[in-house]
Design a protein around this ligand. Structure first.
Ligand code: PMV
Length: 328
């Protein structure tokens, strides 16, 4: 009745931006990401508690955070053949929330894997990915390591909307992602609100959906060939296009700050000097630089010279896994 799982965050190379179903978290388009190490979230779930208890990083979870966890646990109870009762859940991340990394992705992936195991259900990456998706869309891509593709699916019940691993963690070990924290603050507009507002008011949104869907197989092909330059260029244009749809919303939604632009404008100069470095940007101000092992030190130096407050160097990460040691 008790299980513990560890999962890593992921950063999308082709972003997910917008839901066709808010309740089931079904996307308008497919997306593709890289799972990242060394950061991870570890989660222990035990069914049979006196009442539902949710603890995240040493705090009792409240509001929508708690609701999302309880909803996921409720889905596991419905899938299980035995009466499980209330659950205690404790989760701990080993990286700063202000890192600008989607900690919720690692968190919900670890929760999905741990909750199913605690309920006695067998490991099944498809079922785990669908379950993680109910907590946070991008979490469905953190159940497995390496490069994962979230296929949008067609069905109204979401049973065909989950992530599949295209290349495992060993495919491209020299690839690096360097997170440049230019602002440690919480973002003003959460992804889920930002994407909803964009769908409702941006005339560019349909163009984004069409373009992003078409970029997924292109990115897959470039990853297969390990073509860093072409993948870097694809990453940048996809990030720009996502941010453009939001800039065209009414009122406009701008996640970029002066520090964001300052850094990404320097990348062109760096490339001219022979440093292969490109950026991607989630719904926040902190760029994530894409480069290789031979240039990660140069990428970090560039980020710091452009005012980054913290820099986190990441390598490709592996699958979410069950652990023997529990958090309680
Ligand atoms: O899954 P959410 O609600 O954290 O949304 C993630 C959205 C982006 O990070 C901007 C893009 C992505 O694909 O991860």
């Amino acid at each position: 009745m008790k299980a513990t799982a560890l999962a890593h965050p992921n950063i999308a190379l082709v972003k997910y931006w917008g839901k066709r179903d808010e309740a089931l978290i079904l996307p308008h388009q497919s997306s593709l990401s890289l799972t990242l190490s060394p950061m991870s979230v570890t989660t222990t779930v035990e069914f049979g508690a006196a009442s539902d208890q949710v603890e995240l990083n040493g705090h009792v979870a409240k509001g929508s955070e708690r609701e999302r966890v309880l909803r996921l646990l409720e889905t596991v109870r419905a899938q299980s053949r035995t009466a499980l009762g209330p659950a205690r859940m404790v989760s701990r991340g080993d990286f700063p929330m202000a890192a600008g990394l989607a900690s919720s992705a690692a968190g919900f992936a670890a929760l999905a894997v741990a909750a199913r195991a605690a309920a006695g259900l067998p490991r099944d990456t498809r079922a785990e990915s669908i379950l993680a998706r109910l907590g946070s869309g991008s979490a469905c891509r953190s159940v497995q390591g390496g490069f994962c593709e979230w296929q949008r699916g067609e069905r109204a019940d979401g049973e065909d909307s989950f992530a599949v691993q295209r290349f495992d963690v060993s495919h491209w070990p020299e690839l690096r992602m360097v997170v440049a924290v230019v602002d440690r603050g919480e973002k003003d507009v959460k992804s889920r609100d930002g994407m909803k507002h964009t769908i409702e008011t941006s005339p560019y949104y349909p163009a984004w959906v069409k373009d992003a869907e078409a970029e997924v197989p292109v990115a897959r092909e470039l990853i297969a060939r390990k073509d860093l330059q072409a993948l870097g260029e694809l990453c940048e244009r996809n990030a720009w296009r996502m941010h453009c749809t939001s800039l065209a919303a009414d009122p406009p939604l701008c996640y970029l700050e002066a520090g964001t632009l300052g850094l990404i404008q320097h990348l062109r100069e760096a490339r001219k000097k022979g440093v292969p470095v490109w950026f991607t940007l989630d719904a926040g101000p902190n760029p994530v630089l894409l480069t290789d092992a031979a240039h990660e030190v140069a990428a970090e130096a560039l980020a710091r010279a452009c005012g980054a407050l913290d820099v986190i160097r990441c390598v490709p990460g592996g699958d979410a896994e069950l652990k023997q040691e529990h958090l309680f």
